[in-house]
Write a protein that binds this ligand. Structure first.
Ligand SMILES: CC(C)(COP(=O)(O)OP(=O)(O)OC[C@H]1O[C@@H](n2cnc3c(N)ncnc32)[C@H](O)[C@@H]1OP(=O)(O)O)[C@@H](O)C(=O)NCCC(=O)NCCS
Length: 189
């Protein structure tokens, strides 16, 4: 696995905050899992994002914007295009071999602690086919590629699908005083 310093060198930067290694390059190096792989959002994906924002299950468990128009979705995606290995917010999609979007991975990175909070969803038409489990595997691979040391996923206790998925995918529940449930995954970095 590349070290932080090698990531800097490849991006021509001296510090991670100066790094310009775009997520497209990072995603391309990650092996598919279960027939799906990661890639950055593209503005042509805006309709898929609008559909996801209108999905009741995604709206119930994930933060979605008040403005769920095609224009705002395209602008939101455009905002992700400058994301690099040094970004605090990293948003990518998982796609099959035909480039159909099955879901989204979102990281909120704490650069100081080298951990990220993971947000995720699988589009309703593609649930219950094991893609959620593949998404978690790809999230781990992406986080390790970014040389993070841990991931956490915080979910509402009533979100039975997410809780079951995390519990059966090797994530360890961390005791908290919150009503929400926190699962953690230590990484190989
Ligand atoms: C949670 C979510 C990502 C699961 O995706 P998925 O592709 O349907 O999950 P998978 O098919 O990979 O299922 C893997 C395991 O999760 C569990 N699981 C999935 N859906 C479940 C459900 N509705 N109820 C109970 N367990 C469920 C099962 O244990 C399953 O294992 P099995 O196939 O051996 O039975 C999906 O339901 C989703 O996007 N929900 C809305 C958004 C959301 O909740 N995001 C997470 C916010 S923290």
């Amino acid at each position: 696995m590349a070290s932080w310093s090698r990531l800097y060198q490849r991006s021509g930067a001296n510090t991670i905050s100066e790094s310009a290694l775009r997520m497209g390059e990072v995603c391309a190096e990650i092996e598919p899992i279960g027939g799906v792989r990661v890639r950055p959002w593209r503005t042509s994906d805006a309709e898929v994002l609008v559909d996801a924002w209108h999905d009741p299950e995604i709206g119930r468990w994930n933060p979605v914007p008040a403005d769920r128009t095609l224009e705002f979705a395209a602008a939101w995606i455009e905002g992700t295009s400058s994301q690099t290995v040094a970004s605090v917010g990293i948003d990518v999609v998982i796609v099959d071999a035909a480039d159909r979007i099955f879901g989204e991975i979102g990281f909120q990175v704490d650069p100081g602690r080298k951990i990220a909070e993971l947000g995720f969803w699988i589009a309703s038409a593609h649930r219950a086919h094991g893609h959620g489990r593949s998404l978690l595997g790809l999230s781990v691979a992406l986080a390790e590629r970014l040389e993070l040391v841990g991931l956490v996923a915080i979910t509402d206790a009533a979100n039975a699908a997410a809780v079951a998925l995390l519990e059966t995918s090797g994530w360890i529940e961390v005791p908290t005083t919150s009503a929400r449930r926190t699962f953690a995954r230590r990484l190989a970095a």
